[in-house]
Design a protein around this ligand. Structure first.
Ligand code: DX5
Ligand code: ZN
Length: 227
């Protein structure tokens, strides 16, 4: 496993009544990031958690908090998320009016800048702006719910994105989010992902140490991206 490979449990599938404890358990089990899904009931047909919860988690974990904003009008909220303690913020290309300006805003606030794309969104919506970004997030399910099936066409998107980044000499993180489990984590690694979000694939299991160690091992043994 390369130093740049990161496992990011999505707390959407955690037990919200014991959230601090759940985060502590995945931290002890070797998670690299905490993926924090924010939903507004408009951009996606569901609601989840927001700024006060992130602020509370900031106090109980040292891991970077990776905020995934599945919300309309993200420009209205990014500052509050960073001030609450988000280390990286993903805004969706489908609702971001000016990607370079958003990236600059996030950098000025001290956060890493990431742009996400939905399964039906072409990679060309984000690739032209790669120089401005720290990460590209590829959704491998339709956002809104945990526990969905991985969409296989996402592998081709990962390859396309990683190939183009390599061609331009850019070492951005490429995050894959949706339906990632032990049985497909090596495939997405080989296709070019290096940040692996997994919600039900981790929180659905009884032993977080075992599942995260197993994922690490599968990533380490995956065939390298061959483009
Ligand atoms: C989906 C969220 C994901 C979700 C992943 O809208 O963005 O982060 O929690 O959950 P799993 O891994 O169960 O697909
Ligand atoms: Zn997410």
């Amino acid at each position: 496993m390369d130093r740049d490979d990161k496992i990011a449990p999505s707390i959407l599938s955690a037990d919200f009544a014991r959230l601090g404890d759940e985060v502590a358990r995945v931290e002890r089990a070797g998670a690299d990031l905490i993926h924090f899904d924010v939903m507004d009931g408009h951009f996606v047909p569901n609601l989840s958690i927001g700024i006060p919860v992130l602020e509370s988690l900031r106090k109980v974990t040292r891991l970077p908090l990776d905020a995934h904003l599945m919300i309309e009008n993200p420009e209205k909220y990014v500052e509050a998320f960073v001030k609450a303690g988000a280390n990286s913020v993903s805004v969706h290309a489908e609702v971001c009016k000016d990607i370079p300006m958003m990236a600059k805003r996030l950098h000025d606030l001290g956060a890493r800048a990431s742009i996400g794309i939905n399964p039906e969104t072409d990679v060309q919506r984000v690739l032209p702006f790669a120089e401005h970004l720290d990460m590209i997030l590829i959704m491998s399910v339709h956002p809104g719910f945990g526990g969905q099936e991985f969409i296989p066409a996402s592998l081709q998107k990962l390859r396309e994105v990683r190939r183009e980044l390599m061609r331009r000499g850019l070492a951005l993180d490429v995050e894959i989010d949706g339906g990632i489990k032990s049985d497909n984590i090596a495939d997405v690694k080989s296709a070019g992902a290096n940040v692996f979000v997994s919600g039900s694939g981790i929180f659905g299991k009884p032993d977080y140490n075992k599942i995260i160690a197993g994922m690490r091992d599968l990533i380490a043994r995956a065939q390298p991206a061959n483009s």
